[in-house]
Design a protein around this ligand. Sequence first.
Ligand SMILES: Nc1nc2c(ncn2[C@@H]2O[C@H](COP(=O)(O)O[C@H]3[C@@H](O)[C@H](n4cnc5c(=O)[nH]c(N)nc54)O[C@@H]3COP(=O)(O)O)[C@@H](O)[C@H]2O)c(=O)[nH]1
Length: 705
Amino acid sequence: MTSALLQELESKQARECVQQLQHALAHHNQWLNRLYETLICRLHHQADDVADAPHLLCQFGQWYHKVEDPVLRNHPTFIALGRIHQHLHHAARSLLLESAKNRTVSYGLYTSFLHELNRFRQAIFGHYLPLPLMRHDHWSEEVTSLANKLFEYTTEGVMISDTSGSILNVNSAFSHITGYSLKEVVGRKTNILKSDRQNADFYRLMWQSLRDTGHWEGEIWNRRKNGEIYLEWLSISGVRNDDGNVTHYVAIFSDITTARENELHLQHLAYYDPLTNLPNRMLLQDRLNQAVVMAERERRKLAILFIDLDRFGSVNEMVGHKAGDALLVEIAQRLRDCVRSSDTVARMCGDEFIILLPDIPDTQAAGLVAEKIIDALALPYSTEKQPYKISPSIGIAIYPNSASSADGLLKTADVAMYHAKSTGRNTYQYYRASVGEGATDLFAMESSLRAAIEKNELEVMYQPQISLATGKITGTEALVRWHHPERGLVMPADFIPLAEETGLIVPLGEWVMRRACAQNAEWQKDGFAPMRVAVNLSARQLRIRTLAEKVAQILDETGLDPVWLELELTETMVMRGTNDVIGIMQQLKSLGVCFSIDDFGTGYSSLSYLKRFPINAIKIDRSFVQGVPHDFDDATISKAIIGLGHSLSLKVIAEGVENAEQLAFLREHQCCEAQGYYFSRPVSADALTALLRSNIAMADFPGAR
Ligand SMILES: Nc1nc2c(ncn2[C@@H]2O[C@H](COP(=O)(O)O[C@H]3[C@@H](O)[C@H](n4cnc5c(=O)[nH]c(N)nc54)O[C@@H]3COP(=O)(O)O)[C@@H](O)[C@H]2O)c(=O)[nH]1
């Protein structure tokens, strides 16, 4: 797919996203309004009097906490309401505390409570007039009744005790939180709520603060009547008499257990990968920073192992994402098992993991861990229904040899990992300065491959396939080449694996198919006898659900009849085919295109799949053809493949035919078609046109003379 098309698609998706979001927000605005109206109806009758404030607060609090929808909870109006409610709540709390302490409330505290109450009413009812301040000579009495109501209606537990610690009074929120009724606690000591979570020092400091300042505030773990431990935010204030002596203590508390659990959960999410439960990038960064400081201080070595699973994308697509996730969880556990508990195994993203060994005796120790990992990951997996191999490419960076900072270590380990990939995967590499150059090369290669289609640097070559019965060209295989501006001609073996790894194979494969179909249609238009063009399909392409649609589109655009397109798959791709893959192959088959199996005999041979799948040709692998007629095994295998093809009514094509002896053997054993340097190397479209025009026959091919 061209990048312009990609951009257009992306911006279309972005536009659709925005529209969906707008729709969702409009929907939520309506919902918020409805919710809000319900609240107003409920609160209406208790909003015209200061004395109703405790009810108002209580009702609003209940409504507010019941709303669960995350979009709504994050709505600015909703958040603003919560904030205003919080202000009023604080003002009410101060009023309650003051009244409990002094049996009266200062006029200033009362006015600030009224101010918050009016702000709150304004926010909810909008048009309401503020409640007027009571006259100075009346407010004291009113406020006492208000404080009493607050005591009863507040959602915070209130407990009043004397100086000996005997409980005198509690409110209903106290009973709700602790499970004890008023009757059950009056006369009993406050330590009825005590848990064993705090030590003696904690209580000593609490009492010291109460004696010195008359106040203590903080978190404390207490115990409910049913024995359950809970966390509360507690404020205790001493109540003094006219002589300044403390006569009572007022404790106001709220249960913050759930809030703390949520906080811890959020913290966990911020620092741990939810799938594998391994530390994530953020926590690793933090631990790595600390480890570097320690290593520097104590003059010791540390190692970073950058692990990337080889071709995990393909495995994931093969087994499906659910099984892929289960596999990652198993891999994470194996990585953990390979190291000590003082080491950190982190998941960076997808199939990338990092191991931090904060203290290693020598550089080799990191290599030993890498070897252990390679062995551990190679063992069979419990999720494994079909055979697949998990292997890692591991890059190792050592402090202080490779880099002296956390960032530097991560970068150099990454570079070494790329080096491990480029040296064949399933291996590890230490970072060396020279490694950097090789990996940079790979990065450069990837970005120039991305641009290669756009820049018209790719070319499709065609290798003829010859009927051994007629000696004429009956088909051709499309093989891509890359004319790199600096490197010259790059062969597929040097860039197809990279394209597979990066996913570039998808647009690249489509491009090849479009060119090959267009060229084949052109040959037919020019009057040449119709022939098939075989296009190699990568494993990744075969897992794209819309592949059949794409192929149909290409055939439609190029005007090629589907019967003249052959898709070449490898044996392994078909053998590992999931139900999805079978479905995709059936869809392609129903379009009228045909399949051939490349490298037949080299994979996980199982004859049943030849019957299960819509296949009409098998290709004898070059490695067998090379040995015939002299190598007994190769000859036996080649004959067996030809025989199998005949008995299953499949066409057999021999690939890699390089000499007359091989050809004679294949003809003798009735192989249908052949392809190889003996006839022609892959050639340009123009060169193949010339061969077709000459109506070349077997004996006339240059190699045959
Ligand atoms: N997914 C895609 N894969 C592709 C595409 N184009 C190529 N490929 C894959 O790369 C493999 C190597 O291709 P190439 O270097 O072009 O090699 C082909 C022939 O040149 C070579 N061949 C043919 N005859 C002979 C011979 O007589 N001797 C000899 N030593 N080599 C010979 O074989 C390759 C064709 O093999 P096959 O595909 O197995 O029929 C190639 O195998 C593809 O997998 C692409 O567009 N997409």
